[in-house]
Design a protein around this ligand. Structure first.
Ligand SMILES: *Cc1c(COP(=O)(O)O)cnc(C)c1O
Length: 373
């Protein structure tokens, strides 16, 4: 059986967890949380990263920080995970879905200007598969229309746009450390606030609306309820697992990139059968979060997934476009989003994880090629 994903096991996970358990300090913002924060600040220049209980929760923090309120319009791609939208739906926003590009599941940034109205408050970009959205265009729109940019960087660890780390463009960014992501602690995430003055409020929202973090630092002599918030900080046990993964980040990325490249080389022949392979624009890096192909139609995809399954290989389709979801379909403004539909119907992801061995991978490649013979 070749699994779709196998979480990477870093060598010092248990050692770090043991240290936390023995320290007696298991709650949030302990030793390993601080180490993780320092790692991200140093390596990517993130301002004041904050570990969270999930990527979903980091997005919820972004929606609260951005003061999204009922009636505000928020633009985002339809082809994304439900959490991207839910965070803003929870604040009462009106979600306006944008289409994907024809050659890339990422949002078509050229299409955004037409979606902006006087009520538009924010654009949420999702760097699908860790491939950067065309940020120059997005930042220009933000400037012209005074919009807040939020990056759903759930796929985007160790990825860049024109050499600059993803997660540093928007006013807010959310990363995920769910077990399906490159770096994981099972369930977890990270919130980044890049604007001056936002960090203090971010800390408060993350600590149940209290200024407890400032109190623990000794900045104030008592703490209390000062704003809205929730409990968004993870146990230091999870931070210990995450830190062990970060210690091996370069190794993980090297392994994943090798798998990605092997697919790209091995499958190049099926392009002549009308199948699309991923496109990495010049401005984007490749963090090997995912390898997908885009089949000619839905039936072909179903047959391919079935064929792989018969050979004990798990391949997976991805998002159902949110504008057509059961929850949202009735609220959608009726625009057709053909490219989002296309990826919803035809995109299939192949197994990709650091320890996928070449023998197994070649079996997958051979089967896919054979399917298109
Ligand atoms: C995984 C993911 C999330 C949510 O992250 P969790 O940590 O699972 O809550 C949000 N957006 C996208 C695009 C994702 O892939």
């Amino acid at each position: 059986m070749i699994r779709f994903n196998v979480p990477y096991k870093a060598s010092r996970e248990l050692q770090h967890v043991k240290e936390v358990l023995e320290s007696g300090n298991l709650s949030g913002d302990g030793l390993f949380t601080r180490k993780v924060h320092a790692f991200f600040s140093e390596k990517y220049g993130f301002r004041s990263p904050l570990l969270t209980t999930s990527g979903t929760h980091a997005l919820e923090m972004a929606a609260i920080l951005a003061r999204i309120a009922p009636g505000d319009e928020v633009i985002m791609p339809s082809y994304t995970f439900v959490s991207t939208a839910n965070a803003f739906e929870l604040r009462g926003a009106k979600i306006v879905f944008a289409d994907s590009l024809s050659y890339d599941p990422n949002m078509d940034t050229e299409s955004l200007e037409n979606l902006i109205t006087p009520k538009t408050k924010a654009i949420v970009v999702v760097h699908y598969a860790g491939v950067a959205v065309h940020m120059d265009q997005v930042m220009q729109l933000a400037q012209d229309h005074d919009l807040t940019i939020i990056e759903d960087a759930a796929h985007s660890i160790d990825a860049t746009y024109k050499g600059r780390p993803l997660g540093t463009f928007g006013s807010y960014a959310a990363f995920s450390f769910h077990e399906t992501k490159n770096i994981s602690c099972g369930e977890g995430g990270m919130f980044i606030a890049s604007l001056d003055g936002d960090f203090e409020r971010a800390e408060i929202i993350r600590e149940k609306g209290t200024n407890r973090s400032a109190f623990f630092r000794g900045d104030i002599d008592k703490y209390g309820w000062v704003d809205v918030g929730s409990s968004y900080l993870p146990s230091d046990i999870l931070a210990a697992v995450l830190y062990a993964q970060l210690e091996e980040l370069d190794q993980i990325q090297t392994l994943r990139l090798a798998v990605w490249k092997r697919y790209m080389d091995g499958l190049s022949g099926i392009k002549s059968k009308g199948v699309d392979l991923p496109v990495i624009p010049d401005y984007a890096s490749n963090n090997a979060h995912m390898f997908y192909i885009v089949c000619n139609d839905k039936t072909e995809r179903t047959e391919l997934i079935e064929r792989l399954k018969e050979h004990q290989i798990k391949a997976a389709f991805h998002y159902q476009p949110l504008h057509r979801s059961k929850y949202f379909a009735g609220k959608h403004d009726g625009r057709s989003l053909p490219n989002a539909d296309k990826y919803g119907d035809r995109l299939v992801r192949l197994p990709l994880f650091a320890d996928l061995n070449a023998v197994d991978q070649d079996k997958i490649i051979d089967l896919v090629c054979d399917h298109y013979k």
